[in-house]
Design a protein around this ligand. Structure first.
Ligand SMILES: [Zn+2]
Length: 630
């Protein structure tokens, strides 16, 4: 493919604001000159992901990932550079000339994943057509309408119908054969089953089809609900696509593509148990609804939620299994995203959201969701009462003990006092005696972890689980204290980047060079950039660096803040440090390499000689360091 020229890349990059692009995936908050958020690339309890709007680049203080808008999209969505450029061009409404898009477009669409996504989009359209336009879809359409599904929602969620299997035709297979699609592609798609002769058959038949979309709104799988179960067959009510190269159910949340847009204004997502709940909530005007595939929430899904919002509302069914599922979900949130605010919405009378909407209507439902949120402590206190007869003295005592353990896990004394008050009122007990009993429990209960955002305390030890292990940090580059030389190099390069006067000064020194490769490349590219533009743009610079180390260095340097009115002497000092120390460091490195070689060659005499020399060099280095300290 023709390489996209630098000028066009610059134009596309400059046409968007990195903050707008990243905000689609990460919730950002302004903090000084940066915008901060939770890093989307790993579990990140304290926001360590910084976006510098002025310089149009991002940097994570924890995993040290960095880059401009292209780099962000590349890393988050696994794109090639041309694909990222093309995506940004689309956002900016810039049409890329044919010679640059062709290949890029082809490479996405013709990639195995691209083809699978295309097949799913086509299948969704086919099933939808059958549902709304054909005789075969009549019964399913009638069923959906009877369940209160509006035509608008059928369109919005592209619902469809996979007709009953007949000996003569299998609709999807026929369609795929007509399109002359590759057999291996069909096999991998999960849309077909394979018999012992290797012949393919439609996987879904006689089912209402709910397309499952990825975060960008492409269909990647289906969930099919059986329309008329045959008495003889033992078929499951819901059947999902199997895992495929494009569908990992641990990572998928139903309706996330639409919900995340609504969540951007709203600040929260609402987690439901099933697709139908999400759809009826959507119809009722609650557009932030999502559902996991099956009731058990996964760590991956929690990470996605945490990346997008600060609050999640859990609205599962009001029946017992629903309550148990809430309890499990709470524990998952507690363990994996302790800084996320979790609210529980308990629907009355054991109803599920879909039933509630049908019974009381959309307006009441929306109102209920907004005004009937309880926090995790309130939920647990209520949850512990399940199945107990609290008129019975023993059962009441058991409950009070368990409840006090929950309250003991609350970090804030004022909140603790409030729960105690409520408990006393609820059972007409003396608050002082409850407090006394709480005092007896407290020392055995681990106090809540310190959290960066104080929120209604949620760390509870009520079920005596071992405290969760902190997640392993992502493999960060080895942390070491920067040496004096490194410090000087970084500072000087930062000044070099920012200050024309200092550039002139450095260029004026004859034999000056940064001892490190990465610094040298960065310096060279700064000079190149300046020969083409009047001023340096960090975002543009990143695109010109091909050494990943140099890219990271640039981000590191940009993340530093330095004295803006530095004196010439101070800069001269930096240069002197670099020029004085560099030769010694370089000598040590060279000597070490030679020593390794000699050792490998088993040259005893040379090894001894080099080792002695190396020790001498180390001593000199040590001496210089001691002098620095004095
Ligand atoms: Zn990070």
């Amino acid at each position: 493919m023709a390489k996209i020229p630098n000028e066009l890349i610059d134009q596309i990059r400059d046409a968007v604001n990195i903050v707008d692009v990243i905000s689609q995936d990460v919730q950002l908050k302004r903090q000084g000159k940066n915008l901060m958020g939770h890093c989307p690339f790993h579990r990140d309890d304290t926001p360590s992901f910084a976006v510098n709007e002025q310089k149009q680049f991002f940097y994570c203080f924890s995993c040290h990932r960095s880059g401009n808008v292209f780099g962000f999209l590349q890393q988050l969505h696994n794109l090639s550079f041309p694909e990222a450029v093309q995506q940004v061009a689309e956002m900016a409404n810039i049409s890329l000339p044919q010679q640059y898009t062709n290949r890029a477009e082809q490479s996405v669409e013709n990639s195995p994943k691209g083809q699978l996504i295309k097949l799913h989009d086509q299948a969704a359209r086919l099933y939808h057509h059958i549902l709304v336009n054909t005789e075969a879809g009549q019964q399913a359409l009638h069923y959906l309408t009877k369940r209160g599904m509006s035509r608008e929602m059928i369109e919005q969620f592209s619902l469809g119908f996979a007709p009953e299997q007949s000996d003569t035709e299998e609709v999807l297979l026929e369609y795929a054969t007509g399109q002359q699609l590759d057999y291996q592609l069909l096999r991998k798609s999960g849309l077909f089953t394979e018999d012992h002769q290797g012949k393919l058959h439609d996987r879904f038949h006689g089912r209402v089809m709910y397309p499952i979309k990825n975060e960008s709104g492409h269909v990647i799988a289906f969930s099919g609900r059986i329309l008329a179960p045959k008495a003889t067959a033992n078929e499951p009510k819901y059947m999902n696509s199997p895992e495929t190269p494009i569908f990992n159910k641990r990572r998928v949340l139903f309706n996330l593509d639409l919900a995340k847009q609504a969540a951007r204004e709203n600040g929260s997502l609402t987690l439901f148990e099933g697709f139908m709940d999400v759809i009826s909530a959507y119809d009722a005007g609650v557009k932030t609804g999502i559902a996991s595939m099956g009731t058990n929430l996964t760590e991956e899904q929690i990470r996605i939620i945490q990346r997008l919002v600060q609050q999640v509302n859990v609205c599962y069914d009001g029946d017992d299994p629903g309550q148990n599922a809430i309890n499990r979900a709470l524990q998952m949130f507690e363990d994996n995203a302790p800084q996320l605010t979790v609210k529980i919405i308990q629907l009355p009378g054991g109803l599920d959201p879909d039933e509630y909407v049908q019974k009381y209507g959309a307006i009441k439902f929306k109102d209920y969701l907004q005004h009937s949120q309880e926090n995790a402590i309130e939920f647990h206190l209520r949850y512990l009462q399940r199945g107990l007869n609290l008129q019975n003295q023993d059962e009441l005592m058991g409950y009070l003990n368990a409840a006090l353990r929950v309250i003991a896990g609350v970090a804030e004394p004022v909140a603790q006092d409030l729960y105690l008050q409520k408990l006393a009122e609820q059972f007409n007990l003396d608050k002082q005696s409850l407090a006394k009993q709480l005092g007896a429990i407290q020392p055995t209960v681990q106090p809540a972890r310190q959290r960066s955002h104080p929120s209604p305390a949620r760390r509870t030890q009520w079920c005596n689980r071992p405290a969760p292990q902190p997640a392993a940090e992502p493999s960060a580059p080895t942390q070491h204290l920067a040496s004096k030389l490194e410090n000087a190099e970084q500072m000087l390069l930062k000044y070099y980047l920012d200050d024309e006067g200092i550039r002139t000064m450095v260029r004026g020194i004859d034999d000056f060079a940064f001892p490190d490769q990465a610094y040298q490349q960065l310096q060279r590219e700064i000079d190149n950039c300046l020969s083409e533009h009047d001023e340096i743009s960090t975002a543009a610079l990143i695109d010109r660096l091909d050494d990943p180390q140099a890219k990271q260095l640039l981000a590191q340097i940009e993340a530093q803040s330095l004295n803006e009115n530095v004196s010439d002497e101070a800069v001269n000092d930096l240069i002197r440090v670099i020029m004085d120390e560099a030769p010694l460091t370089q000598q040590i490195n060279a000597k070490r390499a030679a020593l390794n070689e000699a050792a490998m060659m088993n040259d005893q005499e040379l090894t001894t000689k080099l080792a002695t020399e190396l020790v001498n060099l180390y001593q000199r280095q040590q001496q210089m360091k001691t002098e620095e300290l004095n």
